[in-house]
Design a protein around this ligand. Structure first.
Ligand SMILES: CC(C)(COP(=O)(O)OP(=O)(O)OC[C@H]1O[C@@H](n2cnc3c(N)ncnc32)[C@H](O)[C@@H]1OP(=O)(O)O)[C@@H](O)C(=O)NCCC(=O)NCCS
Length: 259
C-alpha cells in the first residue's frame, strides 16, 4: 500500500514537472492521497474485519462515499451546486450512503457497512468519528439555516441511531444503536434510548429512570389504592358505630351491709 501511494505521489509530481498538471493541482492531488490514506488507516484501526489496505480501498463503500464527498464538497464550495449534487447522488446510487455536498467532515471518518446512512447539508463531523449503518444526521423540519447536528471528535454513532436538529454531540460521545437524539449530548458520555438519555458520563453511571423491566403495575397500584380507601372507610364506620351506641353501664360496686 505504502508503495503504490508513494508511486501515485511521484506520478503527480512528474506530471506537474512535465507540465501536464499545474503545481496547484499537483499539491491538491498529493493532499488527497494523504487524506485517503489516513481514512484507510482509520478503517483498518476500527474495523477488525478489514484485512488489508487494498481491500478497504477497493471494497469499502464507506470510504468510497467519503472520497466522493471530498469531490462534491469542493464543487459545492466553488458554487457548482448542481455538479456537486450529481456527484453525491451518483455516490449514493453506488454505496447507499447519502452525504450532502454541503456537509463538513473531518479526517478519519469511518462509515461501517454504510447502507442507509444520511448526512444532511449543514451537518458537521469532527475528526475520527465512526458511523454505523442506518445513521441519520438530519433535521427536525422545524429549523432553518443550520438545522443538522454537529459531532465533535471521536464520536461513535451506533447502527440505526438518529440525531435530529442543530445540536452538538460532544467529543468522545457514544450514541447507542437505535437511539433518537433530540438534545445536546455532553462530551465523554454514552446516550441511549428514545429520546436519548445520558447513561454514562466520564465512565460513571448516571442515575436515570431507564429501567424497562421493573416498571410499576397499574392494576396493582389501583388495587392498593382501593385497599387503602377500604381500610379508611371501615375505620370510619367503626368510629360511627361506637358513637351511635349507648355507653355500656358501669357495673356498680356490690353494696356492703352497714352494721
Ligand atoms: C452504547 C454502546 C456504545 C455501549 O456504550 P458503553 O458506554 O460501553 O455503555 P454500556 O455498555 O455500559 O451500557 C450502558 C447502559 O446502556 C444500555 N444500553 C447499551 N446499549 C443500548 C442500546 N443500544 N439501547 C438501549 N440501551 C442500551 C446498557 O444495557 C446499560 O444499561 P445498564 O446501565 O442499565 O446496565 C453500545 O451498547 C452500542 O450501542 N454500540 C453500537 C454498536 C453498533 O451499532 N454496532 C453495529 C455493528 S454492525
Amino acid at each position: 500500500m505504502k508503495d503504490w501511494v508513494e508511486d501515485l505521489d511521484r506520478l503527480a509530481e512528474l506530471l506537474a514537472l512535465a507540465g501536464y498538471m499545474g503545481k496547484k493541482a499537483c499539491r491538491r492531488s498529493r493532499e488527497l492521497v494523504k487524506e485517503v490514506r489516513y481514512d484507510i488507516a482509520a478503517f483498518r484501526q476500527r474495523d477488525p474485519a478489514a484485512k488489508s489496505d487494498l481491500e478497504v480501498l477497493l471494497l469499502y463503500s464507506g470510504l468510497h462515499a467519503r472520497t466522493a464527498h471530498r469531490l462534491s464538497h469542493a464543487l459545492y464550495q466553488n458554487g457548482h451546486t448542481f455538479a456537486a449534487r450529481a456527484v453525491s447522488q451518483g455516490a449514493k446510487m453506488l454505496t447507499g450512503i447519502e452525504i450532502h455536498p454541503g456537509a463538513t467532515i473531518g479526517r478519519g471518518l469511518v462509515i461501517d457497512h454504510g447502507s442507509g446512512v444520511v448526512i444532511g447539508e449543514t451537518a458537521e463531523i469532527g475528526n475520527n468519528c465512526t458511523l454505523y449503518q442506518g445513521v441519520t444526521l438530519g433535521g427536525t423540519g422545524k429549523d432553518e439555516g443550520k438545522r443538522h447536528p454537529t459531532l465533535g471528535n471521536n464520536v461513535m454513532v451506533g447502527a440505526g441511531a438518529k440525531i435530529l436538529g442543530p445540536m452538538t454531540i460532544g467529543d468522545n460521545a457514544k450514541i447507542a444503536a437505535g437511539a433518537v437524539v433530540l438534545d445536546e449530548i455532553p462530551a465523554d458520555s454514552t446516550a441511549v434510548g428514545i429520546p436519548a438519555k445520558v447513561v454514562r458520563l466520564a465512565g460513571e453511571r448516571v442515575a436515570n429512570d431507564l429501567d424497562q423491566i421493573h416498571i410499576p403495575d397499574p392494576v396493582n397500584q389501583e388495587l392498593n389504592a382501593l385497599r387503602e380507601a377500604l381500610t379508611a372507610l371501615s375505620a370510619k364506620v367503626t368510629k360511627l358505630e361506637k358513637a351511635g351506641k349507648p355507653a355500656p353501664r358501669k357495673k356498680s360496686a356490690p353494696k356492703t351491709k352497714k352494721n
